[in-house]
Design a protein around this ligand. Structure first.
Ligand SMILES: Cc1cc2nc3c(=O)[nH]c(=O)nc-3n(C[C@H](O)[C@H](O)[C@H](O)COP(=O)(O)OP(=O)(O)OC[C@H]3O[C@@H](n4cnc5c(N)ncnc54)[C@H](O)[C@@H]3O)c2cc1C
Length: 382
């Protein structure tokens, strides 16, 4: 549907991706972002084929190509102990062969800058949304009101749009936060890995992900109060921390919340963490936001009734995001398994089975998988 006016609350990965897709469909999009300039929490991201084919599905390859260019492709992942003994190997080449793209490691600020550039939207920084009503009216903290055919709350886990829309308690977070440290190390000679490494132990996990330009994304799940060097992680993590510029070292405190079936009313809906926040254990929160943006854009493209399109989008997304949410919680529970038991399990499981479980969420939904025609040049092939 061209000529649609859309207000998106939140200029994160989800909001900006949706903006780019909708402006390419002829919509007039305004993004309201409460921070003065938003580059995003989290040093780097793994972006998986499910998100990449979501970008491609919009029918305009520009977003796909630009995001692809930011990413360092990875074709396998290793899983093991804190001593860096590897018990399981994930083969990502079948994903690449089937979908034309594999997992990509990228710096979050670079992804955000690219999405801003591609959004085509009127992005208003320093504009905090405090209320929204089903008739498509949005209220800002300044007291100003704006109106649009469609309002999308892409304003993250503490979403003000969600609070305005759903009954009290709907913004509550689930349980204890998932805490950790992460960063992007500049140095190239510490680690020559060409795929992600996941090391389990200490009741948590540590990991490495190669990025473009010889950089490495590292993370540890652990106590948020003390610096990670003091927590008994493998020596390579200490080297990574030492090679990380201070402004690239971040600690995070992440919450989740189970998806609910109805996350919209009238002209309003939710997207990304505002609708379905995920723990980073499956590396899919941003990917789900991109996937949801692509589904929402498709529903709005194919209709003259935007309200019906929003309800269709919510209904189409519920099962998928609930499945991925459950996987993210299962991953947390697996970290509590005694190390010796986990290592034995990994060592006795065939790599094909490990690959199957690891890539479960990374496979594109059928609607987008079909958009990848054999022989089409989309890059990233092994
Ligand atoms: C350590 C860590 C590692 C992760 N790793 C991965 C990974 O490898 N792969 C992956 O796919 N995902 C990963 N994630 C998850 C991913 O970061 C999130 O799921 C993703 O950022 C969600 O995007 P979003 O646009 O929905 O929300 P957000 O990124 O939270 O963006 C919301 C935006 O809304 C703005 N906002 C908030 N309130 C208001 C308001 N009232 N008015 C206006 N604006 C507002 C915020 O300032 C923000 O810019 C990771 C997360 C963490 C913390």
């Amino acid at each position: 549907m061209t000529g649609l006016s859309v207000i998106i609350a939140g200029g994160g990965v989800g909001g900006l991706t949706l903006a780019g897709m909708l402006t390419r469909q002829g919509a007039q999009v305004t993004v309201l972002e409460k921070t003065p300039s938003r580059l995003g929490q989290g040093a780097a991201l793994a972006i998986w084929p499910n998100a990449m084919l979501g970008l491609l599905s919009s029918g305009d390859a520009e977003m796909y190509e630009e995001v692809l260019a930011l990413g360092r492709p990875v074709y396998h992942a290793l899983m093991g102990s804190l001593e860096r003994r590897w018990y399981g190997r994930v083969d990502l080449r079948p994903l690449s062969k089937r979908y034309g793209v594999t997992g990509l490691g990228m710096v979050r600020t670079e992804l955000m800058s690219t999405l801003v550039k591609l959004s085509g939207a009127d992005i208003r920084y320093g504009h905090e949304v405090v209320g929204a009503t089903p008739d498509g009216t949005v209220t800002l903290s300044s007291g100003e009101t704006l109106r649009a055919d469609v309002v999308v709350g892409a304003d993250g886990i503490g979403s003000a749009v969600r609070r305005a829309l759903l009954p009290p308690g709907s913004v509550d977070r689930l349980g204890e936060p998932h805490t950790g440290w992460q960063g992007v190390a500049d140095q190239t000679d510490i680690w020559d890995g060409d795929g992600p490494e996941f090391m389990f132990g200490n009741g948590g996990a540590a990991g490495l992900l190669p990025l473009n330009g010889g950089r490495t994304y590292w993370f540890v799940d652990g106590s948020i109060e003390t610096r990670p060097e003091t927590q008994g992680w493998p020596e390579i993590m200490n080297l990574m921390i030492a090679a990380t510029p201070p402004e690239q070292l971040a600690k995070d405190r992440v919450y989740t919340r189970p998806p609910v079936r109805n996350w919209g009313s009238g002209r309003i809906t939710l997207l990304g963490d505002a609708a379905h926040p995920l723990l980073p254990t499956v590396g899919q929160g941003a990917c789900m936001a991109i996937e949801s943006a692509a589904v929402l854009a498709a529903r709005l493209r194919d209709t003259t009734d935007p309200v019906a399109a929003l309800r269709q989008y919510e209904s189409d997304r519920f099962k998928r995001v609930t499945t991925v949410f459950k996987r993210s919680i299962t991953q947390v529970r697996q970290r509590a398994i005694p190390d010796a038991v986990r290592n034995r399990m990994l060592a006795t499981m065939p790599d094909k089975a490990i690959t199957f479980f690891f890539t479960g969420s990374a496979k594109p939904i059928p609607e987008f998988a079909d958009a990848h025609l054999p022989g089409r040049r989309v890059g990233g092939r092994a």
